[in-house]
Design a binder for this molecule. Structure first.
Ligand code: ADP
Ligand code: 5GP
Length: 189
């Protein structure tokens, strides 16, 4: 299959603002599409099946692994998350620029499968601000926030494998930088 669009992977510690950034990018420019991942985690308040994630049982998730239905998948704080392969390949073939908002182990697997993919690491201005954002978002218990902060400290080691870092301080400035970086250069898959 000839893949014509750009493939950009956006990673960063939980609470950095990846979801917010991607949403703004898609509102502003129309050639992007966001891959909806499959997960075994429970929906948060307001999350819709098929929109934010495809919520899935462990059994359904394992079945998709057996069918080679994922570009990549990984475990994260007690649950599985995976990128459905068909959606990504169909949209790249149609010339869409596909965004994956996924954690680091998955990102590295994407790079192995699609070496032209651009790996972007979004950073918070500080760890203190990261915690403030996680607490303010109000979607996780204090215990899960601590687990996610601990995971963030481990995730720093993956930074060196990324193509580009971006500090999400001023949101609108960050959206423009992200767009420019994805569109720059020859990243066609
Ligand atoms: P992630 O997807 O990385 O887990 P979110 O997009 O859910 O993070 O953002 C976490 C919280 O931080 C949200 O409440 C969001 O509104 C807020 N946020 C995102 N970007 C910024 C920013 N540039 N400045 C201040 N707050 C932000
Ligand atoms: P959350 O539970 O906050 O929605 O997501 C937890 C982490 O899983 C985030 O870092 C998010 O980017 C990542 N994630 C979401 N979907 C996928 C996926 O399909 N694959 C991988 N590897 N990570 C994912």
């Amino acid at each position: 299959m000839i893949l014509q669009g750009r493939l950009a992977v956006i990673s960063g510690f939980s609470g950095t603002g990846k979801g917010t950034l991607v949403k703004r990018l898609m509102e502003e420019y129309d050639n992007y599409c966001l891959s909806v991942s499959r997960t075994t985690r429970m929906p948060r308040a307001g999350e819709k099946d098929g929109v934010h994630y495809i919520f899935s049982t462990d059994e359904e998730f394992q079945q998709m692994i057996r069918e080679d239905g994922f570009v990549e998948y990984a475990g994260y704080v007690g649950n599985y998350y995976g990128t459905p392969r068909a959606f990504v390949e169909e949209n790249l073939a149609r010339g869409k620029d596909v965004l994956l908002e996924i954690e680091m182990q998955g990102a590295l697997k994407v790079k192995e499968r699609y070496p032209q993919a651009l790996l972007i690491f979004v950073l918070p201005p500080s760890f203190r601000e990261l915690k403030r954002r996680l607490v303010n978002r109000g979607t996780e218990t204090a215990e899960v926030i601590e687990q996610r902060m601990a995971r963030a400290r481990e995730e720093i080691k993956y930074m060196e494998y990324y193509d580009y870092y971006l500090v999400n301080d001023d949101l609108e400035e960050c959206v423009q930088k992200l767009h420019k970086r994805i569109q720059k250069g020859d990243l066609s898959c």
